[in-house]
Design a protein around this ligand. Structure first.
Ligand SMILES: NC(=O)c1ccc[n+]([C@@H]2O[C@H](COP(=O)([O-])OP(=O)(O)OC[C@H]3O[C@@H](n4cnc5c(N)ncnc54)[C@H](O)[C@@H]3O)[C@@H](O)[C@H]2O)c1
Length: 359
């Protein structure tokens, strides 16, 4: 049994992590922690009386039999806990996004390398059958690709002020692009893993009461001349369907993420396909994490995947702020890092130097 402690007893822990851990025979939930002690105690009850802590340092000092940590925390809280966990040789499953800033993300990456630790990021959407189905279809569309992804989520519901407050805190402390867009960058990377070369973004804020933009329109260019257009819509009263459209010189693909219905046209051939709609794949994520813990290394949703997403969404954030298109060199300069080419040539660095290793 893999003995886990959960830090962060909020919404995603309640709806995703805890039911999956408790229902999985490879894992045991040995301790829980939240700065909000009432949440920690509630989760302790869910986990059959596992010890509850309000301070993660106290948890780590007291719980000596742990194999790993699950961090279901906002990105501004998680990096220092990750580094300490890795120092203690604990495996980490860490909610996306990797960090709230590029410098913290790089620090975290260096810690994974230095301690040779098990670090998996919670890109729970990448395991969907539809992601794999599109990956298999996309080769027939030719290159370069024009990929468009529209994601509408986190509906504005005046009867659920707690939800609205939680989403607004994400917007205030990070961005909808970093939270939602990081998933998109991640799974699109499984269809087109070419490095990004430029990013531009414009935003809209649909209510003065929000602490920042809730709508993002971004464009990302890749070295292989493919492009990605990402639309994120949060906190809208009605949500259009989330969709994927991919156009190449040899055909096109459309997928409706809500109905799971897809359509491919290549030359004279037209086909429909269906896949389970977009949904978090908790079981698959935890299967991968169990395998990573046993192997001593993450092979999917690695720190490099997290860094690639963080870097690309950070470039979009910088573009939205400055109104200019951002290249990897611009991003490196803005963060006081060496030019992107130098970083790429090194073994580690902000410009996704290593591609994902899939098996
Ligand atoms: N993988 C997914 O599909 C998915 C879905 C939803 C959310 N998320 C991500 O998960 C993270 C958490 O989201 P959420 O919706 O559960 O947020 P939330 O605000 O409901 O929960 C976060 C919890 O962490 C606690 N916390 C904050 N700092 C802490 C600290 N230093 N020590 C202990 N506890 C601390 C808070 O008190 C809160 O209970 C976010 O980064 C979000 O992007 C991922």
């Amino acid at each position: 049994m893999i003995s886990l402690a959960l830090i962060g007893c909020g919404d995603v822990a309640e709806t995703g992590h805890v039911p999956t851990i408790l229902g999985h025979d490879a894992f045991r939930l040995a301790a829980v922690c939240d700065v909000d002690r009432r949440r920690a105690e509630l989760f302790s009850a869910l986990a059959g009386g596992a010890p509850a802590y309000a301070d993660w340092r106290e948890l780590l000092a007291s719980e000596r039999q742990l194999d790993g940590l699950v961090l279901a925390l906002p990105p501004e809280a998680s990096p220092e806990i990750v580094v300490e966990a890795l120092r203690r040789k604990l495996a980490v499953l860490d909610e996306k996004p990797l960090a709230a800033s590029l410098s913290e993300g790089l620090h975290l990456q260096r810690a994974v390398e230095e301690y040779d630790g098990v670090y998996q990021i919670g890109f729970v959407l990448r395991y969907g059958d539809w992601v794999d189905r599109i990956r298999r279809e996309v080769a027939a569309l030719g290159q370069p690709l024009q990929i468009s992804v529209a994601v509408y989520d986190e509906r504005l519901n005046s009867h659920d002020p707690a939800h609205s407050a939680r989403i607004q805190s994400f917007i205030k402390n990070s961005s909808a692009m970093a939270h939602e867009g990081s998933h998109v960058i991640d799974y699109v990377g499984l269809w087109n893993d070419s490095p990004w070369t430029a990013a531009s973004a414009v935003t809209q804020q649909t209510s003065p009461a929000f602490p920042g933009p809730n709508i993002w329109n971004a464009r990302i260019d890749f070295e292989n001349r493919s492009t990605l257009s990402v639309k994120i819509g949060w906190l809208l009263p009605e949500l259009p369907h989330s969709t994927v459209t991919i156009v190449g010189p040899d055909g096109r693909l459309d997928f409706d993420c809500v109905t799971g219905i897809g359509h491919v046209e290549t030359g004279a051939v037209e086909r429909s396909f269906s896949a389970p709609p977009l949904a978090p794949q908790w079981q698959r994520q935890y299967q991968e994490f169990a395998a990573a813990v046993r192997r001593g290394r993450a092979r999917t949703a690695t720190v490099y995947d997290g860094l690639r997403a963080l870097e690309t969404t950070a470039a979009c954030e910088l573009s939205a702020k400055t109104g200019a298109t951002v290249t990897p060199d611009d991003l490196a300069a803005a963060w006081g890092l060496p030019p992107a080419a130098e970083v790429r040539a090194a073994t580690s660095g902000p410009v996704a130097a290593r591609t994902r290793v899939e098996t």
